[in-house]
Design a protein around this ligand. Sequence first.
Ligand SMILES: Cc1cc2nc3c(=O)[nH]c(=O)nc-3n(C[C@H](O)[C@H](O)[C@H](O)COP(=O)(O)O)c2cc1C
Length: 150
Amino acid sequence: MKALILYASWTGNTKIVAKSIAAGLRKKGIEVKEKNIKKATLKEIEFCNILVIGSATHGGKALFSVKSFFEKIPKGALKGKRGVSFAVQAGWGGDRVVKEIKEYFLKKGIDKVEAGPVISAGIPLLPVRRPTEDDLKKCKRFGEKLAEEG
Ligand SMILES: Cc1cc2nc3c(=O)[nH]c(=O)nc-3n(C[C@H](O)[C@H](O)[C@H](O)COP(=O)(O)O)c2cc1C
Protein backbone atom coordinates (compact mmCIF):
# COMPACT_ATOMS: atom_id res chain seq x y z
CA MET A 1 0.00 0.00 0.00
CA LYS A 2 1.33 3.41 -0.98
CA ALA A 3 -0.08 6.87 -0.35
CA LEU A 4 0.56 10.26 -1.91
CA ILE A 5 -0.47 13.37 0.00
CA LEU A 6 -0.63 16.59 -2.00
CA TYR A 7 -1.18 19.96 -0.34
CA ALA A 8 -1.96 23.44 -1.63
CA SER A 9 -0.69 25.86 0.99
CA TRP A 10 0.33 29.52 1.07
CA THR A 11 1.46 29.97 4.64
CA GLY A 12 2.24 26.42 5.76
CA ASN A 13 -0.80 25.29 7.75
CA THR A 14 -2.06 22.83 5.14
CA LYS A 15 1.45 21.41 4.82
CA ILE A 16 1.56 20.87 8.61
CA VAL A 17 -1.79 19.04 8.50
CA ALA A 18 -0.58 16.93 5.53
CA LYS A 19 2.47 15.88 7.58
CA SER A 20 0.26 14.73 10.47
CA ILE A 21 -1.94 12.61 8.19
CA ALA A 22 1.29 11.19 6.69
CA ALA A 23 2.61 10.34 10.17
CA GLY A 24 -0.56 8.34 10.92
CA LEU A 25 -0.33 6.41 7.65
CA ARG A 26 3.37 5.69 8.22
CA LYS A 27 2.71 4.49 11.75
CA LYS A 28 0.55 1.76 10.23
CA GLY A 29 3.20 0.71 7.71
CA ILE A 30 2.07 2.60 4.63
CA GLU A 31 4.73 4.10 2.36
CA VAL A 32 3.91 7.81 2.06
CA LYS A 33 5.16 10.72 -0.03
CA GLU A 34 3.94 14.21 0.72
CA LYS A 35 4.42 17.08 -1.65
CA ASN A 36 3.26 20.49 -2.77
CA ILE A 37 0.57 19.87 -5.38
CA LYS A 38 2.36 22.22 -7.78
CA LYS A 39 5.31 19.81 -7.91
CA ALA A 40 3.35 16.56 -8.27
CA THR A 41 4.08 14.41 -11.31
CA LEU A 42 1.87 11.90 -13.10
CA LYS A 43 4.42 9.17 -12.29
CA GLU A 44 3.88 9.76 -8.57
CA ILE A 45 0.14 9.45 -9.02
CA GLU A 46 0.62 6.10 -10.72
CA PHE A 47 2.72 5.02 -7.73
CA CYS A 48 -0.01 5.43 -5.12
CA ASN A 49 -3.10 3.46 -4.07
CA ILE A 50 -4.38 6.24 -1.83
CA LEU A 51 -4.32 9.86 -3.04
CA VAL A 52 -4.96 12.47 -0.35
CA ILE A 53 -5.42 16.08 -1.47
CA GLY A 54 -5.83 19.07 0.83
CA SER A 55 -6.03 22.82 0.38
CA ALA A 56 -6.13 26.05 2.29
CA THR A 57 -9.44 27.89 1.95
CA HIS A 58 -9.37 31.10 -0.06
CA GLY A 59 -12.73 32.82 -0.53
CA GLY A 60 -14.53 29.55 0.25
CA LYS A 61 -12.60 27.72 -2.47
CA ALA A 62 -9.53 25.53 -2.87
CA LEU A 63 -6.36 27.20 -4.15
CA PHE A 64 -6.17 27.41 -7.92
CA SER A 65 -3.27 24.94 -8.03
CA VAL A 66 -5.75 22.18 -7.06
CA LYS A 67 -7.96 22.85 -10.08
CA SER A 68 -4.98 23.03 -12.44
CA PHE A 69 -3.59 19.79 -11.01
CA PHE A 70 -6.82 17.92 -11.81
CA GLU A 71 -6.92 19.48 -15.28
CA LYS A 72 -3.54 17.88 -16.01
CA ILE A 73 -4.66 14.37 -15.00
CA PRO A 74 -5.60 12.21 -17.97
CA LYS A 75 -8.94 10.41 -17.91
CA GLY A 76 -8.65 7.00 -16.28
CA ALA A 77 -5.42 7.83 -14.40
CA LEU A 78 -7.22 7.51 -11.05
CA LYS A 79 -8.90 4.16 -11.78
CA GLY A 80 -8.56 1.71 -8.94
CA LYS A 81 -7.42 4.36 -6.45
CA ARG A 82 -8.93 5.75 -3.31
CA GLY A 83 -9.27 9.55 -3.02
CA VAL A 84 -9.44 11.60 0.16
CA SER A 85 -9.86 15.36 0.55
CA PHE A 86 -9.14 17.69 3.47
CA ALA A 87 -9.09 21.42 4.07
CA VAL A 88 -7.70 24.13 6.33
CA GLN A 89 -9.77 27.22 6.96
CA ALA A 90 -9.56 30.22 9.26
CA GLY A 91 -13.26 30.03 10.11
CA TRP A 92 -15.53 29.13 7.22
CA GLY A 93 -15.67 27.45 3.84
CA GLY A 94 -13.44 24.42 4.56
CA ASP A 95 -16.41 22.08 4.10
CA ARG A 96 -16.93 23.60 0.65
CA VAL A 97 -13.27 23.01 -0.21
CA VAL A 98 -13.51 19.36 0.84
CA LYS A 99 -16.58 18.99 -1.38
CA GLU A 100 -14.93 20.80 -4.30
CA ILE A 101 -11.93 18.43 -4.19
CA LYS A 102 -14.25 15.40 -3.89
CA GLU A 103 -16.02 16.55 -7.05
CA TYR A 104 -12.72 16.89 -8.95
CA PHE A 105 -11.87 13.32 -7.95
CA LEU A 106 -15.26 12.04 -9.09
CA LYS A 107 -15.03 13.87 -12.43
CA LYS A 108 -11.78 12.01 -13.06
CA GLY A 109 -13.49 8.67 -12.40
CA ILE A 110 -11.82 7.69 -9.12
CA ASP A 111 -13.26 4.49 -7.63
CA LYS A 112 -13.79 5.63 -4.07
CA VAL A 113 -13.65 9.09 -2.50
CA GLU A 114 -14.22 10.40 1.00
CA ALA A 115 -14.12 13.63 2.97
CA GLY A 116 -11.28 14.02 5.46
CA PRO A 117 -10.82 16.60 8.23
CA VAL A 118 -11.51 20.33 8.08
CA ILE A 119 -9.01 22.03 10.37
CA SER A 120 -9.31 25.60 11.62
CA ALA A 121 -6.06 27.58 11.72
CA GLY A 122 -4.79 30.96 10.58
CA ILE A 123 -6.86 34.07 10.15
CA PRO A 124 -7.81 35.62 6.84
CA LEU A 125 -4.62 37.14 5.41
CA LEU A 126 -2.23 36.18 8.23
CA PRO A 127 -0.98 32.76 9.35
CA VAL A 128 -0.73 33.75 13.03
CA ARG A 129 -2.62 30.70 14.28
CA ARG A 130 -1.07 27.28 13.66
CA PRO A 131 -3.13 24.06 13.94
CA THR A 132 -3.51 22.97 17.58
CA GLU A 133 -1.81 19.86 18.99
CA ASP A 134 -5.26 18.31 19.41
CA ASP A 135 -6.15 18.92 15.78
CA LEU A 136 -2.83 17.45 14.64
CA LYS A 137 -3.45 14.37 16.79
CA LYS A 138 -6.86 14.06 15.18
CA CYS A 139 -5.23 14.22 11.73
CA LYS A 140 -2.67 11.58 12.68
CA ARG A 141 -5.48 9.32 13.86
CA PHE A 142 -7.29 9.98 10.60
CA GLY A 143 -4.17 8.77 8.76
CA GLU A 144 -4.06 5.64 10.91
CA LYS A 145 -7.71 4.93 10.17
CA LEU A 146 -7.12 5.35 6.43
CA ALA A 147 -4.27 2.86 6.63
CA GLU A 148 -6.37 0.35 8.55
CA GLU A 149 -9.19 0.56 6.01
CA GLY A 150 -6.65 0.00 3.22
C1 LIG B 1 -6.53 35.49 0.16
C2 LIG B 1 -7.01 34.67 1.33
C3 LIG B 1 -8.34 34.28 1.38
C4 LIG B 1 -8.81 33.53 2.49
N1 LIG B 1 -10.13 33.14 2.50
C5 LIG B 1 -10.58 32.41 3.55
C6 LIG B 1 -11.94 31.96 3.60
O1 LIG B 1 -12.72 32.14 2.68
N2 LIG B 1 -12.35 31.28 4.70
C7 LIG B 1 -11.53 31.02 5.75
O2 LIG B 1 -11.96 30.43 6.73
N3 LIG B 1 -10.22 31.38 5.71
C8 LIG B 1 -9.74 32.07 4.65
N4 LIG B 1 -8.41 32.43 4.60
C9 LIG B 1 -7.50 31.96 5.66
C10 LIG B 1 -6.74 30.68 5.32
O3 LIG B 1 -7.59 29.67 4.82
C11 LIG B 1 -6.08 30.19 6.60
O4 LIG B 1 -5.18 31.18 7.10
C12 LIG B 1 -5.34 28.87 6.40
O5 LIG B 1 -4.84 28.43 7.67
C13 LIG B 1 -4.17 29.05 5.45
O6 LIG B 1 -3.60 27.81 5.15
P1 LIG B 1 -2.10 27.72 4.59
O7 LIG B 1 -1.19 28.16 5.74
O8 LIG B 1 -1.90 26.28 4.25
O9 LIG B 1 -2.00 28.63 3.40
C14 LIG B 1 -7.93 33.18 3.52
C15 LIG B 1 -6.57 33.57 3.46
C16 LIG B 1 -6.12 34.30 2.37
C17 LIG B 1 -4.67 34.71 2.33
